[in-house]
Write a protein that binds this ligand. Structure first.
Ligand SMILES: *Cc1c(COP(=O)(O)O)cnc(C)c1O
Length: 385
């Protein structure tokens, strides 16, 4: 045995208590649907940052490439290199930019920077060989990443500052696209039209998932959806047209009964109002089942909302008391005995409970729920990869 083996994670012994099923066919279908919402000449890229929103770059990227996706966006260098390992002929851009220390390695793998600041531009202008692709991010009002309007003017006054750089795309990012009526959408659109016109002949990329739904004005030459690919809501307060992609479930470890007046869990924050059948399941905040899912005893529950839910078949089973690092108690009193006896698993989301509802139950959004799932899930991929 080499020394290195000692550092590798222990081999999983026995069955896993958490399962995550990812349907790659539904993912591909979602990509094709988003692609169909923009014109034939508009390219649909895919955002697969944060390990493809927690679902696995190694599986998600090839499935999207097979569906026809030719451009991938990730957040950091390592994600770009991982993407290159599994898709050979697509363009890969790093949204957070590439640190000079990583430039050699990423260039060798044809992984390209999205340039967002003057210092980055100066570095890449000197570093890049003729024809090296990059994208330029301009800020249109979000004040996150991107060159400002005055940076763009300065750059264009001195064209030599671009060096050998040939921007493949100029891009910007919408701050409020999840609210179609928000006036900021139009403001950013007109700012993007104005600033991008200073780069004639360069393709433009503007819309995230929600931006795709804002209509053709927002599509330009390329769209960049992320969350909608994974089946979660992109736009607030409208029915979600995407196919569900992810299903998560936890194993029941034991079922106990406790009488009225007893308490459950840390802090004894929940006093039972009736004789209760309790399923103890092998999931906790270490698995991204956030502590705010607790039925009581956490700040979020001060607002009167009822906390997280699981499902057994069609029956919703509420979380009771504070959930802990590795364990959660669910009230299963209302599940008929014959169904309960046969149930090994409690659904966390994906079928009876949408990702977005699960996220709302703990005061967050589908994006955060997916990207914090943790490493204890046994991941199972269905369909093409
Ligand atoms: C994350 C991200 C996207 C994708 O956004 P979704 O809302 O997930 O579709 C697109 N562009 C940029 C710059 C991003 O950071």
């Amino acid at each position: 045995m080499s020394r290195n083996n000692l550092l590798e994670p222990a081999t999983v012994v026995g069955a896993s208590n958490l399962k995550l099923t990812v349907n790659l066919d539904a993912l591909a279908e979602n990509w094709r649907f988003l692609d169909s919402l923009s014109g034939k000449d508009v390219e649909t890229a895919a955002v697969i940052k944060a390990n493809a929103y927690g679902l696995g770059i190694e599986q998600v990227a090839p499935a999207l490439a097979k569906a026809g996706c030719r451009t991938f966006y990730v957040a950091i260098e390592e994600e770009g290199l991982r993407t290159r390992n599994v898709v050979d002929d697509a363009q890969i851009f790093i949204l957070n930019g590439i640190h000079p220390d990583a430039a050699k390695k990423t260039a060798a793998q044809r992984v390209s920077p999205v340039i967002s600041s003057r210092p980055q531009l100066n570095f890449w202008a000197k570093y890049s060989k003729p024809g090296t692709p990059c994208a330029i991010h301009i800020d249109t009002g979000m004040n996150r990443l991107g060159l400002s309007a005055s940076d763009v003017d300065a750059l264009l006054e001195d064209q030599s500052s671009l060096g050998n750089l040939v921007p493949e795309f100029v891009m910007s990012h919408l701050a409020c696209a999840d609210d179609p009526e928000h006036p900021k959408n139009r403001e950013q659109l007109s700012s993007f039209e104005k600033l991008s016109s200073k780069f004639p002949g360069i393709k433009r990329s503007f819309a995230n998932s929600a931006g795709v739904f804002l209509g053709a004005d927002y599509h330009f030459e390329q769209t960049r959806p992320g969350i909608a690919l994974y089946g979660a809501e992109a736009v607030n307060n409208v029915p979600n047209p995407m196919k569900p992609v992810v299903f998560a479930a936890v194993r029941i470890l034991q079922i106990r009964t406790a009488s009225k007046g007893k308490t459950v869990g840390y802090g004894a924050s929940c006093t039972l109002k009736r004789p209760t059948k309790i399923a103890i399941a092998s999931v906790g905040y270490a698995d991204g089942f956030h502590r705010a899912m607790s039925g009581s005893g956490v700040p979020l529950r001060g607002d009167g909302s009822s906390g997280g839910l699981g499902a057994i078949g069609n029956h919703l089973v509420p979380v009771i008391g504070r959930l802990s690092m590795d364990l959660t108690a669910f009230d299963v009193s209302d599940v008929p005995d014959n169904e309960l006896e046969q149930s090994e698993w409690i659904e966390l989301f994906g079928n009876r409970i949408s990702i977005d509802d699960a996220a709302r139950n703990c005061g967050t959004i589908g994006y955060e729920l997916l990207t914090s799932l943790g490493s204890r899930y046994k991941r199972n991929y269905l369909g093409t990869s």
